[in-house]
Design a protein around this ligand. Structure first.
Ligand SMILES: [Zn+2]
Length: 177
């Protein structure tokens, strides 16, 4: 989720990087513990096939077919997961553009910056002269422009991994038919 322009105006002061570093270390440690814990649980449930449990692949297959879940169900589920994983940020960006969110000011900036870059609000009004609706973008510095820069949300590493994994599983499931 890279949004350098939108957070640019919220730059942190000196002393902040050290704290951020410490908290990211803590976060990574916590994440590692969670993943390790989950792996242990999955291991003892038999997911890796080494321990006989409800998640042992053979047992899982038997349970699923006992529930009436067929390969077609699995493929449909994986396909919808894939479509969701690929399209969520497009939908998000479309909605954002429609409601005028994630916009920054496109006026010339101070201190040699090419653009002002402050968050801009979209204002609709009806022009008295032409009677048509006019869209204006206003930023905190009071710039008024008819256009603003839109910052689409890009997929992060996790998101890309998820849809690629879904695609791989869909291909595997199709080849297994
Ligand atoms: Zn501005």
């Amino acid at each position: 989720m890279s949004e350098p322009c939108i957070t640019r105006t919220m730059d942190t002061g000196p002393g902040q990087p050290r704290k951020a570093f410490a908290s990211s270390r803590l976060y990574n440690f916590g994440l590692t513990m969670v993943v390790m814990g989950a792996s242990f649980i999955l291991y003892y449930l038999g997911l890796f096939g080494t321990v006989d449990g409800p998640l042992t692949p053979a047992n899982m297959g038997a349970t699923l077919s006992g529930l009436g879940v067929t390969q077609r169900h699995v493929i449909i589920m994986l396909l919808s997961l894939l479509i969701g994983a690929v399209s969520w940020n497009w939908l998000f960006n479309l909605t954002s553009a429609m409601i005028g969110a994630r916009m920054t000011c496109s006026a010339a900036g101070k201190d040699g910056n090419e653009y002002c870059g402050l968050p801009a609000k979209r204002i609709r009004r009806v022009s008295r002269r032409s009677g048509r609706e006019v869209i204006t973008y206003v930023c905190d510095d009071g710039h008024r422009r008819s256009e603003a820069h839109f910052h689409p949300l890009k997929k992060g590493a996790v998101s890309n991994t998820v849809w690629m994994a879904c695609l791989a599983f869909v291909i595997i499931a199709f080849c297994g038919v």
